[in-house]
Design a protein around this ligand. Structure first.
Ligand code: PEP
Length: 252
């Protein structure tokens, strides 16, 4: 099945408002008929970037959300707040949230539930640490992250789910997983979805790769059978690198 590619940029805790305006003005020109393009600026930049990109092909998404709708959760942002400024998709479970903010599988499944209940889309991130791969535990880790994070959902909810496989050891390190490692894991993930939800769902869910994707490796990675695009960190902060990566996806 031909699935439309996605290239999503995660700006993380970068870009003040002036830097965001500048980057957005360069990104505005990007258009690629075969690719869904997304960017995830920080919360302080969401409203403005979304307004500036309203007439563009770029979808502005959130890096995270809280699982409650409102209340005494200082510093947090809810699905309702995101929707109120036109943001309809959120990343959930990025490895930096898991690692630095102790976000457990239970918390992440609540975040997924809140997004789904609010009809938002989720880019759900999973990935193993290097020590887990070296101990040959990587498939078990990925399986348990999926089981605990999203496999409680109904089959119909998978229309709102995108998965991002991001080996933690490849994020921001310049080390990419090899094509064989990437395809092998993406196929494993798709097969797990197939056994739990059936072939129609497994063939339609888009599975992104993340971990040091750059203009010089994007095409090779995106051309792998079970890879449907990428979640891009560092390279999404540079308009020309990000455009090159989108172009690579568009040509496939
Ligand atoms: C990420 O943080 O999701 C990521 C893939 O980062 P980088 O591209 O910088 O490795």
């Amino acid at each position: 099945m031909k699935r439309k590619k996605i290239v999503a940029g995660n700006w993380k805790m970068n870009m003040n408002i002036d830097e965001s305006k500048n980057l957005v003005s360069q990104l505005k020109e990007i258009s690629a008929a075969n690719v869904d393009i997304k960017i995830a600026p920080s919360f302080t930049n969401l409203y403005l970037t979304n307004s500036l990109l309203e007439s563009s092909k770029i979808d502005v998404i959130s890096q995270d959300l809280h699982h409650e709708q409102s209340g005494a959760y200082t510093g947090e942002i809810s699905a309702d707040m995101l929707l109120s400024i036109g943001v309809k998709t959120s990343i959930v479970g990025h490895s930096e949230r898991r690692k630095y903010f102790n976000e457990s599988d239970i918390i992440l499944s609540k975040k997924v539930n809140s997004a789904i209940q609010n009809s938002m889309n989720v880019i759900f991130c999973i990935g193993e640490e290097l020590s887990e791969r070296n101990n040959n535990n990587h498939f078990e880790i990925i399986k348990s992250q999926l089981l605990n994070g999203i496999f409680h959902l109904e089959v119909s909810n998978f229309q709102n789910i995108i998965i991002a496989y991001e080996p933690v050891w490849a994020i921001g390190t310049g080390m990419t997983a090899s094509s064989d490692q990437i395809q092998e894991m993406h196929e494993f993930i798709r097969n797990l979805i197939k056994s739990n939800y059936g072939i129609e769902t497994s063939e339609s869910v888009r599975i992104l790769y993340g971990g040091s994707v750059k203009p010089n490796n994007a095409k090779e990675i995106f051309s792998l059978e079970d890879v449907d695009g990428g979640l891009i960190g560092g390279a999404s902060l540079n308009a020309s690198d990000f455009s090159e990566i989108v172009k690579a996806a568009n040509e496939l």
